[in-house]
Write a protein that binds this ligand. Structure first.
Ligand SMILES: O=C(O)CCC(=O)C(=O)O
Ligand SMILES: [Fe+2]
Length: 356
């Protein structure tokens, strides 16, 4: 019955957390060794990057802030990004409305097949998780090259879902491309304009995955998590959160809550950028805590190179003094990894490291 998701469970009425969701002591949100000082260092203001400024006369200065944010936090908030509040609020609206649909309507998109391009599901990896997470999700593959065709399989209700979500997908992709250009520039090494163009072309034809997450109110939030500690597969993730807190990042050995900043995106480095940068920019562990009062919705878009490309350290960043630190990786290797075991923390990336 837990396979039907948390929303379904809650809609039936619940005042106690079922055993299936109760984490062992050591993995609970307030486990002492995980958050020694949560009261003191409870929330964090992430570095803020002004996207419009990145394309103005101050580019050099903003690039330095971007480098610092990538090196020290692996996360930043992006303001002045140019995506209109209409596009954002309609994406938010259709997301909430989707999870409000009757269970039978949502269940049409349920699939345990990891290759499915539309997938409604629950927990983190519901085929493998022993303890379930307090989260339902809708995952949509939205690669630019076949968006039109993919779109035909997206949910037809709520009304306007396809329109709002496809606009959102296209606009976040454009934003990603602007960010990637800046991040590659910040890594140094681009000598000719053609080099940058070639690289950007690969990202333009890349992959994109949208995950709409729903974390219903939880009767005993201190015993469970909305998402366990993980890093994101992909190059960058653009996250839209609502005003309900829940995202925590592992920063300087502590779990700290990211304060939602209105009209901004939370951007974080994924495993592919860690590999591409040969370890200079690291993907950072994050997790989601839930609460008893408010349902929380977030929309993450994960961007990377195409599913059939090989991810490897950028040759420009590898030399005798700085040897290659990661093996070649591709989507097939990743899928095989996550279908064969319970994914934990940064295990996948660890398995791709070259140990000298
Ligand atoms: O809901 C959030 O704030 C984070 C979601 C997330 O980490 C993910 O979708 O990978
Ligand atoms: Fe994530």
């Amino acid at each position: 019955m837990y396979q039907k998701g948390v929303k379904h469970l809650c809609d039936k009425g619940l005042n106690k957390l079922p055993l299936k969701y109760i984490l062992p002591d050591s993995e609970r949100p307030a486990a002492p060794y995980q958050s020694a000082n949560l009261d003191v260092l409870g929330t964090i203001e992430l570095p803020v990057i002004d996207f419009a400024e990145l394309f103005g006369p101050n580019r050099h200065h903003v690039l330095l802030s971007l480098t610092k944010a990538c090196e020290q936090y692996g996360f930043f908030q992006l303001t002045n990004h140019g995506i209109s509040s209409d596009v954002i609020s309609s994406m938010r609206d259709v997301s909430s409305q989707f999870f409000e649909l009757p269970y039978e309507e949502r269940a049409k998109y349920m699939s345990s097949n990891m290759h499915a391009t539309v997938r409604y599901g629950t927990s983190f990896n519901q085929n493998k998780d022993n303890v379930f997470c307090w989260r339902d999700f809708l995952k949509l593959t939205c690669n630019p090259n076949d968006l039109q065709q993919l779109l035909s399989r997206w949910p037809s209700s709520p009304v306007g879902f396809k329109d709002s979500a496809s606009t959102y997908v296209e606009e976040t992709r454009a934003l990603f491309l602007g960010l990637v250009e800046a991040i590659v520039e910040s890594l140094g090494g681009v000598e000719k304009e053609e080099e940058m163009e070639e690289l950007l072309k690969e990202f333009e034809d890349g992959s994109q995955l949208m995950v709409v997450n729903c974390y219903p109110q939880c009767p005993e939030p201190e015993l469970t998590l909305g998402m366990p500690p993980h890093s994101d597969y992909g190059f960058l993730t653009l996250l839209l959160q609502d005003q309900v807190e829940g995202l925590q990042i592992h920063h300087q050995q502590q779990w700290v809550t990211v304060q939602p900043l209105p009209n901004s995106f939370v951007v974080n480095i994924g495993d592919h950028l860690e590999i591409f940068s040969n370890g200079r920019y690291k993907s950072v562990l994050h997790r989601v805590v839930v609460n008893a009062k408010k349902l929380r919705i977030s929309v993450a878009t994960l961007h990377s190179l195409s599913f059939d490309s090989t991810i490897k350290p950028w040759p420009k960043l590898v030399n005798e003094d700085n040897p290659r630190r990661y093996k070649d990786t591709d989507f097939g290797i990743f899928l095989e990894y996550i279908t064969s075991r319970e994914p934990k923390r940064k295990n996948f990336l660890e398995s791709r490291k070259i140990i000298y």
